[in-house]
Ligand binder design. Structure first.
Ligand code: SF4
Ligand code: SF3
Length: 541
């Protein structure tokens, strides 16, 4: 196997024996094959569109779910991935027939699944592209598209589609196997991916706020109640909604975990009396926290850590998520899912063991921050707030990530953190206080809500009458882990944001030359020590 798509890749180079995430070589092989056949299918859908023929939303959804399935920590279940490969090949055959003349199709679109899959997989993975710069750009684009697929899927689950985003996604995916494209063309395609990343996140924002209202300032309980509970993790709000509906009157409480925390900020979820609070921290502490939760856990998406036997029977998956031996709750887009198995399971479990008590505050997505715009602008004008520090992105288990806790603690008292994604758990329970009533950590929501941070920045630019988004008193110190952070990064680059610091390490999939392009054109940099970076961002503060 060879995989270097996430920040924790072995030795900052690539996982070759087994994944640091727990992905086995057999699973890596079928994931590579799934990406490959999805590229083939995308070449056909792109050719169909070029002929003016329609491509249905169901086909678009299959493609995005395929890519989502291969995101870090989403799906470890070889069988379900193989089933997706078969379904993709069947669809490929049907669509190729609709195309008529298939002579112009690339090789990838012609493979019909014949032969030994393990052998085939060994020829189509990341290393099948020999030139390291082309490989780097192809993977940068592919990972961005994986992130975009995840966000699209959540919007689709709320019955929102953007056909243009899907058409681009498939065109770009097919282009990653086009040998005629130059480095410059691939760099341009990576930036275009960022453009559609903005559209995809905007679509999801519209879907979430349309269905559940605009996030608002909310205090979230981090203690526990006396009833047995179900813990929901991942990013899919529609799954949470169905679970909340089905648990009413059952005596079973519902808690969020990791990236599901921001669900509490939406008005629509406040009406459920059994929606008790948030349990635990970011994804990587789940071995201890799922153990002590005592009840069933629903993983709606990444990040799954391979479970311990002690609670494996309590771990359920749905959507793109999967783990062998764990029950998967089925349900396509638009269908009602049946969570009764979890509810019955919960009734037999002890209530969660308390980990902590208190509250965390969040809900600072764009509408809420813009409602406070006068106060914020005044604080900036008066000098009470000197700088905003965007510290969005992912958390992870690497010790080097303690940097973010220390950085948050050491920030000048007139700096405000803007966050989104599970990166926030590195500092969202610190007593950082507020500035004239404005908390010093403003949590917009999930990683996709980084879109909100961009909307806020663009609004501030307008209010302050600036021509360039980089003239705002905002610095970017972003933590990444998996591929959704890649689409967020590409989206920020597309919006013209410069000098983003990315850590705790730069992606292994950036070749030296590609990294140089990003450094020279966008000022992308890694992180240093807390002291060095504070001096860099704040001068002699
Ligand atoms: Fe390694 Fe990350 Fe790939 Fe897992 S997802 S195999 S940790 S690079
Ligand atoms: Fe976290 Fe996995 Fe990326 Fe959505 S849950 S931010 S790492």
């Amino acid at each position: 196997m060879f995989c270097y798509q996430c920040q924790e890749t072995a030795g900052c180079k690539g996982c070759t024996v087994s994944g640091v995430c727990g992905k086995k070589p057999e699973v890596a092989a079928v994931q590579d094959l799934l990406v490959y056949v999805t590229k083939g299918l995308s070449a056909i859908t792109t050719a169909l569109r070029a002929q003016g023929k329609e491509v249905s939303p169901e086909i678009n959804h299959l493609i995005t779910l395929n890519l989502f399935t291969t995101i870090t920590n989403a799906n470890f279940d070889q069988e379900s991935i193989e089933a997706r490969i078969r379904a993709t090949l069947d669809l490929r055959t049907q669509l190729a027939a609709r195309l008529g003349d298939a002579s112009a199709l690339p090789q990838v679109a012609l493979w019909d699944g014949a032969g030994n899959w393990a052998e085939k997989a060994a020829t189509v993975g990341v290393l099948s592209t020999e030139d390291e710069d082309i490989r780097s750009l192809r993977e940068l684009i592919t990972y961005g598209l994986k992130g975009l697929s995840a966000y699209s899927k959540h919007a689709n689950a709320l019955l929102q589609d953007d056909g243009e985003v899907d058409a681009f996604l498939q065109k770009a995916l097919a282009a990653t196997l086009d040998d005629s494209l130059t480095v410059d063309q691939l760099v341009a395609l990576a930036l275009e991916t960022g453009k559609y990343g903005v559209s995809g996140m905007a679509l999801l924002d519209k879907a979430n706020t349309g269905a559940y209202g605009n996030p608002e300032i909310t205090k979230v309980n981090i203690g526990v109640g006396k009833n047995p509970g179900i813990l929901v993790s991942g990013h899919d709000l529609r799954d949470l909604e169905m679970l909340l509906e089905q648990t009413q009157g059952t005596g079973v409480d519902v808690y969020t975990h990791s990236e599901m925390l921001p669900a509490h900020y939406y008005p629509a979820f406040k009406k459920y009396p059994n929606f008790v609070g948030n349990y635990g921290n970011a994804w990587w502490k789940q071995k201890e926290e799922f153990e002590s939760f005592n009840g069933p856990i629903l993983m709606t998406t990444n990040c799954i850590v391979p479970p311990k036997d002690s609670y494996k029977d309590r771990l359920y998956t749905t959507g793109a998520a999967g783990f062998p031996g764990c029950t998967h709750i089925p349900g396509e887009i638009g269908q009602q899912k049946d969570f009764s198995a979890l509810i019955e399971h919960a009734k037999k479990c002890a209530p969660p063991t308390q980990l902590e008590t208190g509250e965390i505050v969040g809900g600072f997505a764009h509408a809420q921050v813009l409602a406070l715009a006068d106060q914020v602008v005044e604080a900036v004008k008066s000098g009470a707030i000197k700088k905003f520090v965007v510290m969005a992105g992912c958390d992870g288990r690497a010790k080097s990530r303690e940097y973010y806790t220390e950085f948050a603690k050491a920030l000048p008292k007139d700096a405000v953190i803007l966050t989104a994604g599970c990166a926030k758990y590195k500092y969202n329970k610190l007593p950082l206080g507020d500035i004239g009533g404005i908390p010093r950590v403003l949590d917009a929501g999930q990683c996709n809500d980084s879109y909100s941070l961009a909307v806020i920045a663009l609004k501030l630019k307008e209010v302050f009458g600036l021509d360039d988004i980089n003239d705002l008193p905002i610095v970017y110190n972003i933590a990444w882990y998996e591929q959704k952070a890649v689409i967020v990064l590409l989206a920020l680059l597309y919006l013209g944001v410069k000098n983003i610091h990315l850590g705790p390490t730069l992606p292994a999939f950036l070749s030296p030359n590609v990294a140089k392009v990003l450094v020279e054109n966008f000022g992308i940099a890694g992180i240093g020590t807390v002291e060095e970076d504070l001096a860099l961002f704040f001068g002699e503060h």
